[in-house]
Design a binder for this molecule. Structure first.
Ligand SMILES: [Zn+2]
Length: 477
């Protein structure tokens, strides 16, 4: 865990105000005199919500899962779904603060980015973990109208393996899932109903629904370095294109300046011979490289064009340009668990009374929430659930029966987000409160940059172990 980060943001609380004197030196006599005096204020006791022992266990489990999957890194978050109290905030790989002086350069240049606390700063496509949002959107206000009829919980969508034709907008089941209700579509993580819902909602409604659940902005956790993720809109897309075009223009101007500084441009000239091997040659090389990069990016944005229906379909399955952090997804899962309040996650017990209980009410409709819960229950215990016990056992043979038994009580949604040649394995969800006075535990696990496997098999076992260890630490079953 980022001790550096926590200590930095808690500094005023931990140390108190050190007190002191404002002293003035008389230039003529050379004597000092006290202008004002501030008595010291004792530091407050900070009660950490983070369970240090649990945190260390999770770091180890996460490291192992990342290594087993051949991933680049990972994160695990566990928080109280009503208070936002953060119990675990683990990131892999990590840096050690006491070795940072000697190892800083190595860590900074490590492609696995150990200096980034992934739980709050990894911004990645969330994939299918966000499908519950689409269920809520489709069932809100009497139901989204599709093919002339409002969507309801018992409506069946037929999956043939693709949306309109075989070549685009596929489902991961090559020959299709057949007819499915929305809850069953969550269970198997079928894409087809969600493409339809995204298309019908359109970009503005999609963005509004994402933002309601806290995506696209920082959660306000009491740690520095949190990133906001991204909720794309047509406006964002056109701004991105403008920015890419002007970056390309600037890079081109700089390249031309570097050419002129070298006495050029000469047609078909042997540049290196003319410029010599020194810094002018290096500067030209650099300018050319930057321009090529900028031009490639501008061409990609140009080709991507304005907002299309495909962007809405992708946004509905957490792909395309949607980006989220593991912490945001844990907060989202907490909102589903607590009936629709967006908690502000907290590592230290300073603001708990003040803010966590004032969490904004999302006014989710019970019908939609019931379908989401049914679907997320099927994910862990249904015959086709993407994180059903047999999937976890196959992936992690060391997982014990007590862990599996507890897992059957959990609600979850998996995600396997495509990102070029690799994918990211996600799982989000919650465990209901074991007793009346307790709160549900919301979780999110990420394993980033894997070549094979998915949310259920790669991130699922980590989540199940985390819940088991957390419950064991409370002395419950
Ligand atoms: Zn399907």
């Amino acid at each position: 865990m980022g001790r550096s980060g926590l200590e930095a943001s808690l500094e005023p609380w931990l140390s108190g105000v050190s007190g002191g004197q404002l002293v003035e030196r008389d230039r003529r006599t050379g004597r000092y005199r006290v202008v004002s005096e501030q008595p010291p204020i004792p530091g407050r006791d900070v009660r950490l919500h983070v369970d240090a022992a649990l945190q260390r266990q999770l770091e180890r489990i996460l490291d192992e899962a990342v290594e087993r999957a051949g991933g680049r890194g990972g994160a695990a978050v566990l928080l109280g779904a009503r208070t936002g109290a953060v119990r675990v905030l683990a990131s892999s790989p990590r840096f050690e603060i006491d070795r940072i002086g000697a190892a800083y350069r190595r860590w900074r240049d490590d492609p696995r980015a150990p200096l980034v606390h992934r739980a709050i700063a990894a911004q990645l496509p969330p994939g299918s973990t966000v499908k519950p949002i689409m269920v809520l959107a489709a069932l809100a206000q009497g139901g989204l109208v599709l093919d002339g009829a409002p969507v309801r919980g018992d409506r069946r969508f037929v999956c043939r393996g693709y949306l309109y034709n075989r070549h685009a907008f596929q489902c991961h089941a090559r020959y299709g899932h057949g007819p499915l209700t929305l809850a069953e579509a969550l269970e198997r993580s079928c894409n087809i109903p969600f493409y339809r819902i995204g298309e019908a909602l359109g970009p503005e409604a999609l963005a509004t629904w994402y933002r309601r659940f806290g995506f696209g902005r920082r959660s306000g956790i009491d740690l520095p370095g949190e990133r906001p993720g991204l909720v794309p809109t047509p406006r964002w897309k056109s701004r991105r294109l403008e920015a890419a075009r002007s970056a390309e223009r600037r890079a081109r101007t700089r390249l031309l300046a570097a050419l002129r500084a070298g006495g050029g441009p000469w047609r078909g000239a042997p540049w290196r011979a003319r410029l010599g091997a020194g810094s002018r040659w290096d500067a030209l090389q650099r300018a050319a490289r930057r321009w090529r990069q900028a031009a490639r990016w501008a061409a990609r944005c140009e080709e991507d064009g304005g907002w299309r229906k495909g962007d809405s379909r992708n946004a509905a399955i957490g792909q395309g340009n949607v980006l989220a952090t593991p912490l945001q997804l844990a907060v989202f899962a907490a909102a589903l668990a607590n009936g629709g309040r967006l908690v502000r996650p907290e590592v230290a017990g300073l603001r708990l009374e003040a803010s966590a209980h004032r969490a904004p009410e999302l006014a989710l409709e019970p019908a939609g929430l019931a379908v989401v819960r049914e679907g997320m229950r099927l994910v862990t215990s249904g015959a086709h659930g993407t994180a059903r016990p047999s999937v976890l056992r196959r992936a992690d043979t060391a997982i014990d029966e007590a862990t599996i038994a507890l897992w059957r009580h959990a609600y979850a949604k998996t995600g396997t987000a495509q990102a070029g040649a690799v994918s990211h394995a996600w799982i989000v969800g919650w465990l209901p409160a074991p007793a009346a006075g307790d709160e549900p535990l919301a979780f999110c696990v990420l394993v980033e940059g894997i070549a094979s496997g998915g949310g259920g098999s790669v991130a699922g076992p980590v989540a199940a172990r985390m819940l088991r260890l957390a419950v064991a630490r409370e002395g419950a079953p």
